[in-house]
Design a protein around this ligand. Sequence first.
Ligand SMILES: [Fe+2]
Ligand SMILES: [Fe+2]
Length: 243
Amino acid sequence: MELFNENNKLASVIHKDHSLLPVINRLGIKLGFGDKTIRNICEEKGIDLNFFVETINVFHYEAYFPEKRLLDFSVSMVIEYLLKTHKYYIEYLIPENDRLIELFLAANPAESAENDLVRRFYTKFKDEFVIHMNFEERVMFPYILELNGAILNPDLRDAFIKKYPGYSIEGYEKEHSNMDDKMDDLKNIIIKYLPPNYDQNRGNAFLFNLFMFDKDLKNHSRIEDHILIPKVKQLEKVLMSHE
Ligand SMILES: [Fe+2]
Ligand SMILES: [Fe+2]
């Protein structure tokens, strides 16, 4: 698969892979950029060019993972991107899913046991997902940012070590596989098992949104597992060497 580079026109990138639309928004870009290249746009907006190119390539091409290059980015930049992604899920994707699932279920004239089943699976996924994001935002990301602060500013080190004795990200790492499994269960219940006596178009609209959600979420988890966590382990080693 072809990878994108800084000399590509962003408009042609979007024509090649429109699932990048929310990704470029999170990176700080809105549409209406004419024929400008990625480099032009990043320079204009003060966006880190390498981070932009690597992030869209990671999203576009699942097998592409330039872990070494991505490890060069600051944790605060990675966390800022991850937080914007959470915000996009909470403020847009989840409410959109809520809307589409209700449209889909309302098309089944009699409220049925099947509707309850779909709702139950959806709620299971959603609850786990929201708890997961809250944990990252309240516990894991603050720990990482404080660790980063202690590396950058030696005056903060003692307070950090006092607050987190035996500091290690391993205690905070949360698996993504449970969430992925619940998403797969939800898709499968509709694809494989639900009696198809509902409006097909509304069923498809809900499924399309789930597939898009799933792709975005897997990408988000890959960035956490393969960029953020290794980077944090590296920082922990640096701090340990100063103790
Ligand atoms: Fe996350
Ligand atoms: Fe996560």
